[in-house]
Write a protein that binds this ligand. Sequence first.
Ligand code: CU
Length: 140
Amino acid sequence: MRIFTLLLLCLCTQAQAQFPEINDYWLQAAPPNATVMAAYATLNNKSDKDILLVDAYSPAFSMTMIHQTKIIDGVAKMIHQDEIVIKPNEQLTFKPGSYHIMLMQPKFKINKGDQIKINLIYKNGEKRIVQEMWFPVEFR
Ligand SMILES: [Cu+2]
């Protein structure tokens, strides 16, 4: 009986460790005609395994991508990220001028104060797992 309880505890811990803890998540408010928006967050890997972020999806936009802005030869360029590894006890910070979730062609008018769903997609072995988040639209 005691062994059974321990096993259950282990399984629970593992299930929680699949996703990072997400803090300070927000979607940058934009003028009404904007065709491109960006969202930011801090992802903390509190597990003892690598977390692999591979994609993002928002039903509110026609296209969603994970980008990193880099200055190359004095010009800011956005580089598509196929896979970002977050090591145990490390964090990944999405912020203006760096990593961002690029949101293209909003399907409806998005206003300050709205909550917009963005799914973060991770690779866990052969599986893809989805962390569903509601990002508040803010002016910063
Ligand atoms: Cu971008």
